[in-house]
Design a protein around this ligand. Structure first.
Ligand SMILES: Cc1cc2nc3c(=O)[nH]c(=O)nc-3n(C[C@H](O)[C@H](O)[C@H](O)COP(=O)(O)OP(=O)(O)OC[C@H]3O[C@@H](n4cnc5c(N)ncnc54)[C@H](O)[C@@H]3O)c2cc1C
Ligand SMILES: *[C@@H]1O[C@H](CO)[C@@H](O)[C@H](O)[C@H]1NC(C)=O
Ligand SMILES: *[C@@H]1O[C@H](CO)[C@@H](O)[C@H](O)[C@H]1NC(C)=O
Length: 539
């Protein structure tokens, strides 16, 4: 196979994945042109008062479920005073700062586009990108395509599963359209689905509604942003140390440990939330206040909805409640409308090598960025994917043969199926550290702990025991960043900074009195033998 020279790259979408992709192209001397169909950057994180068809939609109060140190781009830490869990407006602010800092906006055209293989693709590896301006179609030739179009634009609204919904007179909507609780004041509302959005929306509406019912077929494990000692959960759990322990630890033990821990906060069975599945088998729900809403009766947990009547809902257990409104928090389906008719790119199972490269293509000049479902933050993942893709585009790294790629895909599917429930929702699930290390190894930027241990033990220790932040993938190899060591060693300061907004004086600190007690105790212990010796000499 003759190498093709790749220079002009089309990046589709200017959400956080697209912004990272543009930056990676620039960093490696490629010429990116980004196409964004809305009129602004930010994708999912740009809040609008009404959701637009085909675009992501979020509610006004949406707050990150991953903490800032784990979420940051690998060479652009969040400002230290930012809170650990960011409101969507703050996240948007960060994305704008990132775009400005690296001069990304000038490479973006706010146009819808679609992608087609060129006729001579098998030799050139080139693509036609078709854009529409003033009603006229125009086609541009590109050497490479990075698809960063997101996965939360097509709402999944399985109305066929809810008999009687046609005759229901109340209002119903998908969480994608939900913005604020105002219109639910004094209403009786059912929220269907207990994912992150379902739990958030039910809790928020319950503050103003007359009553909220949260209907769930399978229940869910609920975990919290605020973990032991008030540290962010991902900072505590996602460490190399933990991931090493977990490799040697049988799955059932990890499940039991985590479930016991979650049940110690509140007993999931008593609260009607206990799922049949084990903790690792399905995405847990991140919610800090669902238990509060349940124990105060504002949210009542219910089983699956059996049917709707004109004014009420009948649940599987036969209970009936009169209802004014329904929110379907039933998630999203995955679609790639601008590729869908082109069956020469993806197979029917949408197989992608490491969730990035379609293995069937004659030339590796098209890649998907950010189309995984990580248990953890997405920015570092899509950024690392982009760095890897750029190195493949430039021919610095090679992909395995189609057969080897398919074998890898099949093996991963089998491994996943052993742990998780059969469901399209979790078919692209990856464990954060495992996946980051895997892509970093492909690219040659995985830090070598063994070598570091000799040269920089302090750094090695923080990388192993500390949170697995993305800065460590900039310590060596292509895309090395001179600030990464410092960013790693100061990450704990940035976590604490926004919390330490009321300085404690020393006398208030409970440990200081203990310090003095210890000093006095030490003096006594030391002086007893000395006094003894003095007595002996005197005698
Ligand atoms: C409610 C919710 C909360 C979340 N919270 C977190 C969190 O706390 N932390 C975290 O890490 N992840 C979170 N996620 C995951 C989330 O998907 C990512 O954070 C992130 O938004 C993904 O960015 P993206 O750039 O891949 O996609 P998007 O943000 O969806 O951006 C895609 C962009 O592509 C554009 N586009 C699409 N098709 C075309 C086309 N044909 N032509 C031109 N432009 C196009 C769209 O307009 C959009 O701007 C959350 C997801 C949801 C739904
Ligand atoms: C992960 O490590 C932390 C300490 O860093 C520890 O408290 C926790 O129990 C570990 N969790 C798992 C699942 O190993
Ligand atoms: C954060 O929320 C998104 C959207 O609901 C979800 O896909 C992701 O798994 C969540 N992350 C964590 C760590 O809970």
């Amino acid at each position: 196979m003759r190498d093709v020279k790749v220079r002009k790259i089309a990046v589709i979408g200017a959400g956080l994945s697209g912004l990272g992709a543009i930056k990676c192209c620039l960093e490696e001397g490629l010429e990116p042109v980004c196409f964004e169909k809305s009129n602004d950057i930010g994708g999912l994180w740009r809040y609008e008062d009404s959701s637009e068809s085909g675009c992501p939609g979020i509610y006004k109060s949406l707050t990150c479920n991953t903490s800032k140190e784990m979420t940051a781009f690998s060479d652009y830490p969040f400002p230290d005073h930012y809170p650990n869990y960011l409101h969507n407006s703050k996240m948007m602010e960060y994305l704008r700062m990132y775009a400005r800092h690296f001069g990304l906006v000038q490479h973006i055209q706010f146009l819808v586009c679609s992608v087609r293989k060129r006729l001579d693709f098998s030799t050139s590896g080139q693509w036609d990108v078709v854009v529409e301006t003033n009603g006229k179609q125009k086609s541009h030739i590109f050497d490479g395509i990075m698809i960063c179009s997101g996965q939360y634009t097509e709402k999944y609204l399985p109305l066929q599963d809810f008999s009687g919904i046609q005759k229901f007179r109340g209002r119903y909507l998908h969480s994608w359209e939900y913005k604020k609780p105002d219109e639910f004041v004094g209403k009786r509302v059912v929220v269907i689905g207990i994912g992150n959005s379902g739990a958030d929306v039910a809790g928020e509406i319950s503050r103003v509604a007359e009553q909220v019912f949260l209907s769930t077929r399978q229940g869910s494990w609920i975990w919290n942003r605020v973990w032991d000692n008030g540290n962010p959960i991902d900072v505590t759990l996602f460490t190399h140390y933990n991931s090493t322990v977990q490799k040697f630890c049988p799955t059932f033990l990890i499940n039991r440990w985590m479930e016991n821990k979650l049940n110690a906060k509140f007993n999931h069975a008593n609260y009607g939330l206990q799922p049949k599945h084990r903790f690792l088998s399905y995405q847990a729900t991140m919610s800090d206040d669902l238990a509060n809403h349940i124990i105060t009766g504002r949210v009542v947990v219910k089983p699956n909805v059996k049917e709707f009547t004109i004014t009420s809902v009948i649940f599987d257990d036969g209970t009936e409640e009169s209802i004014d409104a329904v929110v379907f928090a039933t998630g999203y389906t995955f679609s790639l409308p601008f590729l869908e008719d082109d069956s020469g790119i993806l197979d029917s199972q949408r197989s992608m090598f490491k969730f990035v490269f379609p293995p069937q293509l004659e030339k590796p000049t098209l890649a998907f960025i950010g189309l995984v479902q990580p248990v953890g933050a997405i920015i570092p993942i899509s950024e690392l994917q982009s760095r890897w893709v750029v190195s493949i585009f430039k021919g610095l790294k090679k992909l395995p043969s189609e057969r080897d790629m398919m074998a890898d895909i099949t093996r991963k599917r089998k491994e996943l199926a052993k742990i998780v429930l059969e469901s399209p929702r979790v078919s692209r699930r990856v464990q954060y550290i495992e996946y980051m290390d895997e892509i970093a190894s492909e690219l040659g930027v995985k830090p070598s702990l063994f070598t570091l241990l000799f040269w920089d033990a302090k750094l090695a220790k923080e990388i192993f025991y500390g949170p697995c932040t993305s800065y460590q993938y900039r310590l060596q190899g292509p895309g090395k960043w001179s600030g990464s060591r410092k960013a790693i060693l100061t990450q704990r300061d940035r976590i604490l900074k926004p919390l330490k907004t009321r300085m404690l004086t020393t006398s208030e600190s409970p440990s200081s009195s203990r310090f003095w007690v210890r000093c006095i105790f030490a003096v006594i212990c030391l002086s007893v033998p000395i006094l003894g010796i003095m007595q002996m000499t005197c005698n």
